[in-house]
Design a protein around this ligand. Structure first.
Ligand code: 5GP
Ligand code: MG
Ligand code: MG
Length: 184
């Protein structure tokens, strides 16, 4: 599949599976089960986080519920500008709930920092983030991301939800796109 487009595999399917299981165990231990706030509420950011979200939810040893948001950051297809627009908002009120944002990747962190501010105004009981991937620039933002699957180099990756022009999301691993594909 996608023969020749992937320069190399950065993170294998098995590595993703193992790390997701570890994160799920660690994170679950911090949330009370049967609390008055209700089940942990996972908020996935469409579309990139979909694969991680569904695998993470199934690896969690505690009950969780799922909601999705879609946001678009104005900018080119390979970098973001920090100006964010909501394409699909949550269907439900999150006031008083324990919320965990599930992200695919944090690069500049501008999208996430905007999203955190936005969700905080809705008064959740708690608001945390788990991201599968994080790039080096993310250290520049003042968003406290406790749970990171993998720190990766500053290169454009695809697969396991991450796209280039809507392609490659269906790859089961994280790979480096051959720069020839995007004319680099
Ligand atoms: P940020 O606002 O943190 O710069 O950008 C986050 C968003 O940019 C991600 O949700 C993702 O859509 C996109 N992005 C950043 N780096 C990559 C990458 O290496 N590959 C892909 N496919 N998307 C990326
Ligand atoms: Mg994302
Ligand atoms: Mg994208």
């Amino acid at each position: 599949m996608y023969e020749g487009d992937i320069a190399s595999v950065l993170i294998t399917e098995e590595q993703i599976r193992q790390r997701t299981a570890e994160l799920a165990e660690e994170i679950a231990a911090r949330y009370p089960v049967g609390a008055p706030e209700g089940d942990l509420l996972l908020i996935g950011v469409l579309k990139g986080a979909v694969f991680f979200m569904t695998d993470f939810a199934r690896a969690l040893p505690i009950p969780s519920q799922m909601e999705f948001m879609a946001v678009s950051s104005y900018g080119s297809s390979t970098s973001s500008s920090g100006v964010v627009r909501i394409l699909k908002d949550l269907d439900k009120d999150i006031a008083g709930r324990h919320v965990l944002i599930v992200e695919d990747i944090i690069d500049s962190g501008l999208t996430l920092s905007w999203l955190m501010r936005n969700l905080k105004t809705r008064n959740p009981a708690s608001l945390e983030v788990v991201t599968l991937l994080r790039k080096p620039d993310a250290v520049k933002i003042d968003v406290d991301v406790r749970d990171v699957g993998f720190d990766i180099p500053n290169e454009f990756v695809v697969g396991y939800g991450l796209d280039y022009a809507e392609r490659y999301r269906d790859l089961p691993y994280i790979g480096l796109l051959d720069p020839e594909v995007y004319g680099g």
